[in-house]
Design a protein around this ligand. Structure first.
Ligand SMILES: Nc1ncnc2c1ncn2[C@@H]1O[C@H](COP(=O)(O)OP(=O)(O)O)[C@@H](O)[C@H]1O
Ligand code: SF4
Ligand SMILES: [Mg+2]
Length: 526
């Protein structure tokens, strides 16, 4: 089980009253599974997603109750200490927040996000920073989640495998080897480069890609291969003309002592950050605070920062960060390739306003996947897009699921989208899950009157004469939610008991549960 949500209650304390946006949401997501969350606008789908990632704006929002287990760690552990509630007259509530505790909670959540939850937002433009280039933003996400891999790669390539000689002067030596043919690895680089030029003349993308990757392997830095690939790709008539550019790129292996030391320091800081994350995760798993362990790691972090304060000085910072900047740029290009962007180098150099909505959404997916998440939450990822681009994005998500085995929580009000990619569907209404079932089961045999209404309101190609039905009324105001079954004012089958007591979730078949008095299966656990 990747995610297990039980009895989740999220409220918003507004001036008009308390909005009970989620009222006991319970469901789970298994490893590698795609679960679709459907319901009309205002049902609480986004609030569910934001609760899991703890991105509920606080104030006014607050998770009041419940457990969210992510791989066994309770994400809501310590939440009760973050605020105190006092009921005033006229049903108003006074909330006093304890900001130190809230900050701690946020730090814990950062640990979890790094460990495997990513989110794609409804509005790609609002999730990107307009003043930074695309590559900068992908790089930031990349360094946050996989900084170790990038730094290790750089350190190894600059020193380890080829001995100190090449590390000392990559490009110059590369040129020297051409005449003496003495060096082992440098000679091999030269060979791989010649092979690349030869292949480039044939103008065949696949073989060129293979040759470029071989060059990256030989050099010990995969990003050099990517860079060489894009350098020669466009100029198949005369690829040799790109040699100076590629040789310049090899200078990346040619780091100064200061740059190497900076990389080592960044590596050490990341190790400490991981240790801290491990403590946080352990706390959430065991339900026991370890303030001493936390403090010790924080102190070591500060000691290291203090010892190496000069890396932050103006003039030094730009120099020492250069290898990382170059390296992550090409990593970003690889990620953009992964989401089928045809001209990744231009896109990476560009800024958010230069891209279309579909393009930005792909960039967001690239960013969300840069950390190989175990759980991807996609909140209406295709709603703002054209139909053709929608299909491409869904295809992309399907591929990712197969390749990485990511579990996906896909939120949408479009049942067609769900039918295409989801394994199971959870139908939400006014802050509750009212029905949950395997996809086929729900489409063939919807049980809850609300689910039946939703299905009757989608156009059908097989029977175009069938009139479209819509559910009368609208989603209720959640400050004053209807009593009992929240759907009763709109339900064609409402009975007296529906107004009084909330229906329990009952089991109506293999993996099929529904909360409605029309059915009488055994009551579901949880
Ligand atoms: N910041 C907020 N302040 C007050 N109410 C909010 C806030 N965010 C969401 N809500 C309420 O929570 C309910 C669910 O919203 P939401 O999850 O965004 O719906 P949707 O299913 O369309 O994603 C709505 O009734 C909305 O009014
Ligand atoms: S519990 Fe009653 S009101 Fe609610 S959906 Fe079922 S029949 Fe309708
Ligand atoms: Mg929403």
């Amino acid at each position: 089980m990747v995610l297990d949500i039980r009895g989740l209650r999220t409220y918003f304390f507004t001036y008009d009253g308390v909005v009970k946006a989620l009222d006991g949401v319970t469901f789970n997501i298994r490893r590698g599974e795609t679960i679709g969350l459907v319901g009309e606008t205002g049902c609480g789908k986004s609030v569910t997603a934001f609760s899991v990632t703890k991105l509920i704006p606080d104030p006014p929002g607050r998770i009041m109750d419940g457990t969210i287990l992510f791989k066994g760690a309770n994400l809501l552990w310590g939440l009760d200490k973050e605020a105190k509630f006092k009921t005033l007259k006229k049903g108003r509530v006074k909330v006093s927040r304890r900001f130190r505790r809230i900050r701690q909670g946020q730090a814990r959540m950062t640990a979890v996000r790094g460990g495997g939850i990513s989110m794609i937002f409804q509005e790609p433009t609002s999730a990107m920073n307009p003043i930074f280039s695309i590559s900068d933003q992908i790089s930031e996400a990349l360094m946050l989640h996989r900084g170790e891999v990038v730094i290790d790669g750089l350190l190894q390539a600059s020193a380890g495998r080829h001995g100190r000689g090449l590390a000392a002067d990559g490009a110059r030596r590369l040129r020297a080897e051409r005449t003496t043919e003495a060096g082992l690895s440098s000679g091999r680089i030269e060979e791989a480069l010649d092979q690349l030029f030869k292949v480039a003349r044939q103008n065949d993308q696949d073989t060129l890609r293979a040759a470029a990757e071989h060059l990256g392997d030989v050099a010990g830095l995969a990003s050099l291969g990517t860079q060489a690939f894009y350098a020669v790709r466009g100029s198949w008539a005369d690829p040799e003309s790109r040699r100076p550019e590629i040789e310049r790129a090899f200078r990346r292996l040619n780091m100064s002592q200061l740059q190497r030391r900076y990389l080592q320091r960044e590596r050490a800081l990341r190790t400490l950050a991981r240790e801290l994350q491990a403590v946080y995760l352990r706390e959430m798993r065991n339900g026991k605070a370890e303030p001493l362990a936390r403090r010790r790691i924080t102190l070591r972090t500060w000691a290291l920062r203090l010892r190496t304060f000069y890396f932050g000085l103006w003039g030094v910072r730009g120099h020492v960060r250069k290898p990382i900047r170059k390296e992550t740029f090409w990593h970003a290009v690889r990620l953009l390739e992964g989401v089928r962007i045809a001209n990744p180098v231009q896109v990476a150099r560009g800024y958010p306003h230069e891209l279309s909505g579909g393009m930005l959404q792909r960039v967001m997916i690239a960013m969300a996947l840069s950390s190989d998440p175990e759980l991807l939450i996609a909140d209406e990822p295709t709603t703002a897009l054209d139909v053709t681009i929608q299909a491409q994005i869904l295809e992309l998500m399907k591929n990712l699921k197969e390749r990485v085995g990511t579990a996906i929580m896909l939120i949408t009000h479009d049942l067609g989208v769900i039918a295409e990619v989801a394994d199971r569907v959870a139908v939400m209404y006014a802050g509750n899950i009212v029905e949950i079932a395997p996809v086929k089961d729900l489409y063939l045999r919807p049980l809850h009157p609300y689910a039946q209404g939703l299905l009757a309101s989608i156009p059908r190609m097989d029977d175009p004469t069938k009139p479209l039905e819509s559910i009368p009324g609208s989603v209720p105001n959640l400050i004053y939610p209807p009593s009992g079954c929240r759907f009763h004012p709109r339900c064609p089958h409402a009975m007296p008991i529906c107004k009084e007591v909330r229906p329990p979730m009952t089991v109506e078949g293999e993996g099929h549960q529904v909360a409605c008095y029309l059915y009488h299966g055994p009551v579901a656990k949880g």
